[in-house]
Design a binder for this molecule. Structure first.
Ligand code: GLY
Ligand code: MN
Ligand code: MN
Length: 486
């Protein structure tokens, strides 16, 4: 075995070097992350420390893990995309034994050339200092002996622990161990059970104070964040447009999903912001339908497509519902136009000072009145099965992003997404059964109103039908039949 090691290390060094220059160059800068930590520090209570853990690695099965995704709060404050990390943000300057002053420190997974050959590049403490702008960065193994007296802080703010953190017995500084070490340092009541949740009893432990602070920070987007959401939205609109041009009866739900996600990747989106929802006919009535398994979509069906590209961590959230054959039937059109009217009524009041509840009520009033007029609903006032969800949420690093949910404010980025879903056997005329329509758009709240970010994806009946007549580059893309013998 031995002679293999040196060539292997050379190969790994070459691989790591090559990958450095292969990264996109429009991730947010270290200045952005430093400013976010500064803003957090301003909002922290006197003499406190805020503690953030990276997301756990989640196992899919055996030796395959789910694709890793950083915890959005951790990412928002650091730009760090790797697991097994811990961030401390201090309200006040700290002084180390050698006289250095600092007000934040990060512990990250160490470089390890052999591990990197299996699981990818790591920044390590040096990379974190250079790329993410930390002056105090250490390998996570240092945390165990890191000299910090947590009892001196007036409050220690942290989020409750996730309950699916696994121990990797070969790694004594994985997240499981970091949490255990933190619990020991703060005399947490269940320090012996690193991933169990027990309400902290110590006076300076606070698991509820960080949430409103992070909500208020992340709920108002900076200009840099707005640009990334705009990009995610533009890419997601392009996906909707290409599908409108390409869709034909007989295609599968999965194929439609594939066209959207191909467009996302073509424009360099790294991921989807949430599992894509592509439901034809009555599958559209399942609000978070993620199976997308229907092998052949039928001529007369609507298809509901709720997809968002994730671009540099930020996600869009857009739904279009279109007739598979390019023309809405009279019943489909009536329901579609009712949903559209509900969305437009909500848009009319969309400005700073309007409450989230008022936006929802604007859609509900239109939908209930319209459904009553169509004879689908007996009574106008109830929340009911045909419109069972809310209609507005923040978007950002999470599709349902953090943010305060009282009144709209300038700089918020939100959706408005009314819908009507009429499953088979609903207590109304059969002609409505199987019709499901959601129209979802993304907005930036401005000083005196809003900017409609997703207007590039056709939305009116006329515009959708016109776009569906356009030729598609995929019209000529026909794969040969698979050889049945193999
Ligand atoms: N895509 C999930 C939602 O619209 O909220
Ligand atoms: Mn949404
Ligand atoms: Mn959605």
């Amino acid at each position: 075995m031995k002679p293999l090691i040196t060539p292997l290390l050379v190969l790994v060094s070459i691989l790591c070097w090559a990958q450095e220059s292969d990264l996109p160059n429009d991730f947010l800068s270290k200045t952005f992350y430093r400013e976010r930590r500064e803003k957090l520090r301003e909002k922290l209570p006197a003499h406190s420390v805020a503690v953030f853990f990276a997301n756990p690695v989640r196992n899919r099965s055996n030796d395959v893990d789910f694709v890793y995704h950083q915890d959005p709060d951790f990412y928002y404050l650091t730009g760090y995309k790797e697991p097994d990390a811990l961030l401390l943000v201090f309200k006040d300057q700290q002084i180390s034994a050698n006289g250095t002053t600092y007000n934040e420190v990060i512990f990250v997974q160490p470089r390890n050339e052999l591990r990197e050959m299996w699981t990818g590049r790591r920044l390590g403490e040096k990379g974190v200092k250079e790329n993410l702008g930390f002056s105090q960065a250490f390998n996570n193994s240092v945390f165990k002996k890191y000299n910090i007296d947590f009892s001196k802080f007036a409050s220690i703010l942290f989020f409750d622990f996730k309950n699916d953190v696994r121990d990797n017995p070969r790694d004594s500084s994985d997240l499981f161990n970091l949490i255990a070490q933190f619990k020991t340092k703060v005399n947490y009541p269940d320090a012996g059970h690193p991933t169990l949740t027990v309400e902290p009893k110590k006076n300076n432990l606070d698991i509820s104070g960080l949430e409103p602070i992070m909500d208020n920070l992340r709920g108002i987007k900076t200009n840099e964040e707005i640009e990334l959401v705009r990009k995610a939205v533009r890419i997601s609109c392009a996906g909707q447009v290409e599908v409108m041009k390409a869709i034909k009866p007989g295609m599968s739900e999965r194929e439609i999903q594939g066209i959207h996600e191909f467009v996302f990747k073509k424009y360099q989106a790294e991921d989807v912001g949430y599992p894509s929802i592509v439901g034809a006919g009555h599958n559209g009535c399942i609000l978070h339908y993620e199976e997308n398994y229907k092998p052949s979509i039928s001529n007369k069906e609507l298809i509901l497509m709720d997809l968002g590209a994730e671009y540099r961590g930020y996600t869009a959230d857009i739904t279009r519902t279109i007739p598979v054959n390019g023309k809405f039937s009279p019943e489909q059109k009536q329901i579609y136009e009712l949903v559209l009217k509900a969305q437009e009524e909500a848009m009319k009041i969309c400005k700073p000072g309007t409450s989230f509840q008022e936006v929802y009520l604007a859609t509900r009033t239109v939908i209930n009145k319209g459904l009553k007029e169509l004879g689908i609903l007996q009574n106008e006032t109830d929340r009911h099965m045909y419109y069972p969800h809310g209609c507005t949420h923040h978007i950002g690093l999470d599709v349902h992003d953090r943010g305060p949910y009282e009144k709209l404010q300038e700089g918020m980025m939100i959706t408005i997404e009314p819908g009507i879903y009429i499953p088979e056997n609903s207590p109304c005329d059969k002609k409505w059964w199987g019709i499901a329509v959601r129209i979802e758009d993304d907005y930036l709240i401005t000083q005196d109103g809003y900017e409609h970010l997703s207007a590039a994806a056709p939305r009116t009946v006329k515009d959708v039908e016109a776009m569906m007549k356009q030729p598609s580059a995929l019209d000529d893309f026909v794969l040969p039949e698979l050889d049945k013998k193999n």
